[in-house]
Design a protein around this ligand. Structure first.
Ligand SMILES: Nc1ncnc2c1ncn2[C@@H]1O[C@H](COP(=O)(O)OP(=O)(O)OP(=O)(O)O)[C@@H](O)[C@H]1O
Ligand SMILES: [Mg+2]
Length: 267
């Protein structure tokens, strides 16, 4: 198995030197392999977003090394990583420009990682690609390409954001609770689209969720975080057979604590 991303002994603290100093990641090690579709679960404040932000380069980590396909990216700024790392956030308004049309947003996504020229606008050959891609979403958006993206519903917008994040095939796709702000039915639609895109494009992906059922249902590998540590990391057959009570038991056994996040248990 070929490693796509390696995190070695990563440390990250916030508000260093203040009474609020918070050592979130304490020597975290993680290797993500090509084709992995990892679901990440853990209580509020466990460090899930911090882990993802470290990968994307939203801030510098304090210690440790991050390698992308063997290349050290630890000190690379976010913009330089964005070419290889696609992201979708919880808030549908992030990741797209409200006042631009659907096709203009897609044109921006197509330029990711390339030098931005002065030429703007959408070319006919691009429009054809966008139409085909939008058709695959099955939401009829291919007929509304000149509509401002801000006018779409949250679910439609997340679907387009997902498309944008994968238009230029990323080496790694990061999804931080990207369906959490949607109603259950729309959330299901976007999750199914996620699975479809990940499978069809052979993406390597990592998805944070608060829903244990989803964490078990999607992907080939499940990681559970507690206080910045990976306490569960299971994949393949073992993951497929997993039930929620077994997952809770594993968490208890490995972390030495009971999971006391109602939102996580009840969702
Ligand atoms: N930019 C920041 N500045 C200060 N503290 C931060 C920052 N980002 C995260 N933290 C803190 O780090 C800890 C871990 O936060 P993180 O967002 O990684 O948790 P999470 O697992 O994603 O939680 P949630 O499920 O609530 O999204 C929390 O205590 C949080 O307050
Ligand atoms: Mg988070």
């Amino acid at each position: 198995m070929k490693p796509v991303l390696e995190m070695k002994q990563i440390h990250k603290s916030f508000e260093i030197g203040t009474v609020n100093e918070n050592h979130v990641l304490k020597g975290l090690d993680l290797t993500i392999y090509e084709g992995d579709f990892i679901t990440i679960i853990g209580g509020n404040g466990a460090g899930k977003s911090t882990l993802m932000n470290s990968i994307a380069g939203s801030f510098a980590v304090d210690e440790g090394e991050i390698l992308l396909e063997g290349k050290n990216i630890t000190k690379l700024p976010t913009v330089k990583r964005a070419k290889d790392i696609g992201r979708v956030f919880q808030d549908p308004r992030m990741g797209t420009a409200s006042r631009l049309t659907i096709e203009e947003n897609l044109a921006v996504a197509l330029k990711r990682g390339k030098k931005r020229g002065l030429t703007s606008g959408v070319k006919d050959d691009q429009r054809k690609i966008f139409k085909e891609s939008l058709k695959r979403l099955g939401l009829g958006l291919e007929d509304r390409m000149k509509m401002e993206i801000g006018l779409l519903s949250g679910g439609q917008r997340q679907a387009v954001t997902l498309l944008m994040a994968s238009l230029v095939t990323p080496k790694l796709l990061l999804l931080d609770e990207h369906t959490a702000a949607l109603d259950p039915k729309t959330s299901q639609m976007v999750l199914d689209l996620t699975e479809k895109i990940v499978q069809e494009e052979n993406l390597t992906a990592m998805m944070i969720t608060h829903n244990m059922e989803q964490a078990i249902q999607y992907g080939n590998r499940l990681i559970m975080l507690s206080e910045g540590n990976i306490v569960v990391d299971i994949s393949g057959e073992e993951k497929e057979q997993l039930t929620i009570p077994e997952l809770l038991e594993l968490f208890h056994k490995n972390s030495g604590t009971m999971l006391n996040d109602d939102a996580l248990i009840l969702s």
